[in-house]
Write a protein that binds this ligand. Structure first.
Ligand code: ZN
Length: 268
């Protein structure tokens, strides 16, 4: 089965990646076990204590100057697609990758304050960097044993369209059947969180702010509940103004995602 081969092929890279991430999380000169014990003791009374979240800030600023690297075809879930894409931008040139990185950093701070352990697929927004590829992003959540993965993006649609929509994986036997149900619940909770923070859901895609996709490597490769969120339409003037405002990125977009993830991670 493809699912079994996916699991087997991931075992070696999973262990290496998880160890590297855990070691890098320990302060210099600190015994790793002691550091983790201290963090966990301090966090046990918090609502997300013991929970692990992977945040995937979409794209990378340098993708546009590394065409060879990002156009390389990778397995995106039983078929091949480019490693990554450049993403979109507002009419004035504010890039999707920068928006995603900013929202991700705010979200990490908020989730950490609630007691969660948070990992990110990239931590720097730079013209000299590219990727990671979509297959790597997709596998990452399983590698760090995340309880949920959230991939942050923004859309570039016709200027009359506005609002956010949450994309959950299509049900694909051997690929997403193990995470489909939980991912639908995650999508509902993230949608609720964003609505509670005051964001309008999309007036397109016909699903009231939901979409399902079977062609996205980031979703297909995940072995933990995963959603991708198009936080708004960068080509819409109202959405773009909000996205370019730092306080909105924190207090509306990131706060809404934190609410949604908290709903999901504290489900009875
Ligand atoms: Zn995107």
């Amino acid at each position: 089965m493809r699912r079994n081969s996916r699991t087997a092929s991931l075992a070696a890279t999973t262990i290496g990646l998880a160890c590297a991430l855990l070691l890098s999380a320990a302060p210099a000169g600190t015994n790793r076990a002691e550091a983790e014990t201290t963090v966990e003791t301090a966090a046990t009374s918090l609502p997300l204590a013991g929970k692990v979240v992977l945040i995937d800030p979409g794209h990378q600023l340098g993708n546009k100057v590394h065409p060879t690297q990002i156009n390389r075809l990778v397995n995106a879930g039983g078929f091949y697609k480019p490693c990554n894409t450049t993403g979109t931008a507002t009419v004035s040139g504010y890039p999707e990758s920068a928006f995603a990185m900013s929202v991700a950093n705010n979200l990490k701070r908020r989730l950490t304050a609630l007691g969660a352990r948070v990992y990110m697929t990239r931590t720097v927004e730079s013209l000299s960097l590219w990727g990671p590829c979509v297959d790597v992003r997709g596998r990452w959540g399983g590698a760090v044993h995340a309880d949920a993965t959230i991939s942050i993006h923004a859309d570039g649609a016709a200027s009359s369209l506005h609002g956010f929509f949450v994309i959950y994986p299509a049900l694909r036997r051997g690929w997403t059947d193990d995470i489909y149900g939980a991912s639908v619940l995650l999508a509902r909770d993230v949608h609720t969180g964003l609505r509670l923070s005051g964001l309008p859901n999309a007036n397109y895609y016909g699903g009231g702010g939901f979409d399902s996709r079977g062609d996205l490597g980031t979703l297909n490769w995940s072995s933990v509940p995963v959603v991708m969120v198009e936080m708004g339409n960068m080509k819409n003037a109202t959405d773009a103004t909000m996205m370019k405002t730092a306080t909105r990125r924190d207090q509306t977009y990131s706060a809404g995602l934190a609410k949604g993830l908290t709903l999901f991670l504290t489900r009875p």
